[in-house]
Design a protein around this ligand. Structure first.
Ligand SMILES: [Cu+2]
Length: 452
């Protein structure tokens, strides 16, 4: 849940920050180009007739040729299948490669070619129609020749396709930021008051949840959002959480990390309570002994119900526990990490729909990391250090600095970041398959924006 700083920001400030993001993202691209570069297999080029003079990449469903100038001589092409399906390369009237399984390469020798345009395609049924077709050109000039692609539908260079995908998704993010999607999770839940006691009302229900633009999944939710609304209470105060179950399965709520002396409030079915059956309601009464960043989630068929969205933040503000000076901050964000059927997400959204963190130089920002997923996520912030101040709601005896922090399932870490360097900085899970691929940034990625 994003909290704006006290002054909020104007439309002008947002536009300025978008420009700052754009510059920052260009810088980000520079640091992350390694993958793109390695995707271009340069093969071997040589003036001798027996070596390949061009490198062709087959993918689902396109044919790409590197554009390096090549020396004169016979045309031989190194052909690599980088797609997940088998493919071949057929040059009309000249020959074809064998069918290449994913990951395999071969060299296709075409002999001496006249200057001109040649048609190529994959001859496996349906692949030509799906886009694996085009032409390439051989230019013969005194003592040299070049092979170049001629634009054809579905036949752009694989490298350009990756670049284009990266650019498109960042532009989508900047159109907000973040990119627009329906629904926002983690919004603070306003309690009703009965006889002076705060009552937090939750209804479990199935909704269609838009994780990122156009990606809509069935989610199991508290009050229709992923994460569920943020519940925030004071250390030592007695509150009630009422739940009405509109799911097709029984459920329960466990208040993860919240220390209470009454085990009947612990929410584990058949250990401390009966299941809350479909259509039933239930009431929990809690008096948190400890403070800090905690969570609430289902503890009934939890391996299915939690990844589908039955999770949220339960934050207990300290009243009696002393707060160390190193925990001071100006603003705060909660970052709930999720994986599973809704994909890799931060607060129920995947990039480009993940909310940015927006700060200014000198601002101290508290981040509450909470892992409600099934696997570990090493969260990495570019350009700044994170001061780890608390673990599972407990202040550390001595804080320590990191730029990457492993957050395991069930764990909470509080960190304070003092923003120093203006601009936009990537903030993402460093298991890279959770954050970036040849379709661009996705999943557990957002941007830390320091507005000068
Ligand atoms: Cu991860």
């Amino acid at each position: 849940m994003e909290r704006e700083t006290a002054d909020g920001f104007s439309v002008v400030a947002i536009v300025v920050s978008m420009i700052a993001v754009l510059f920052g993202v260009v810088a980000m691209g520079l640091t992350w180009r390694g993958k793109t570069a390695s995707a271009q297999d340069t093969g071997s080029t040589s003036a001798t007739s027996s070596k390949p003079v061009g490198t062709v990449t087959l993918a689902d469903f396109r044919i790409a040729l590197d554009k390096s100038p090549i020396p004169a001589g016979d045309v031989a092409l190194k052909v690599t299948n980088k797609g997940p399906s088998p493919h071949n390369l057929t040059i009309e009237g000249l020959g074809q490669t064998p069918t290449l399984p994913p990951g395999e390469s071969t060299v296709l020798r075409l002999g001496k070619l006249e200057a001109g345009s040649y048609t190529w395609f994959c001859s496996i049924s349906g692949h030509r129609e799906a886009g694996m077709q085009g032409t390439f050109t051989v230019d013969g000039v005194a003592g040299s020749a070049t092979v170049a692609t001629k634009a054809a539908p579905g036949a752009i260079s694989a490298s350009d396709a990756i670049d284009n995908a990266h650019e498109a998704v960042v532009k989508q993010f900047l159109s907000g930021p973040p990119a627009k999607t329906a629904g926002l999770g983690g919004v603070p839940l306003v309690p009703t008051i009965e006889n002076g006691t705060k009552i937090f009302n939750l209804t479990t229900k199935i909704v269609q949840w838009e994780v990122s633009p156009g990606r809509v999944y069935e989610a199991w939710t508290y009050n229709g959002t992923v994460p569920g609304p943020e519940i925030r209470v004071k250390q030592g105060e007695t509150v009630k959480v009422r739940i009405k179950n509109e799911l097709p399965q029984s459920t329960s709520i466990h208040f993860h990390g919240v220390e209470v002396d009454d085990n009947r409030q612990d929410g584990v079915t058949f250990v401390t309570q009966d299941p809350i059956k479909p259509g039933q309601s239930y009431e929990y009464t809690l008096t948190p002994i400890n403070c800090g960043s905690h969570m609430y989630h289902s503890h009934h068929a939890a391996d299915g119900q939690v990844p589908l969205g039955l999770l949220g933040a339960f934050i207990v503000d300290c009243t009696t526990t002393p707060i160390p000076a190193f925990a001071a901050h100006d603003s705060e964000y909660t970052e709930i990490l999720t994986d599973g059927p809704l994909g890799f997400g931060i607060n129920g959204k995947g990039f480009p729909a993940t909310a940015p963190v927006i700060t200014k130089p000198g601002e101290k920002t508290l981040i509450r990391f909470m892992n409600e997923g099934l696997i570990i996520h090493p969260m990495h912030l570019h350009g700044h250090r994170m001061l780890v101040i608390a673990k599972d709601g407990n202040f550390l005896p001595a804080p320590y600095e990191v730029d990457t922090l492993n957050v395991a399932p069930g764990e909470r870490y509080d960190v304070v970041v003092t923003s120093i360097h203006p601009g936009a900085w990537a903030f993402h899970c460093h298991i890279l398959t959770h954050a970036e691929s040849d379709v661009g940034l996705h999943g557990m990625t957002t941007v830390w924006i320091v507005k000068p």
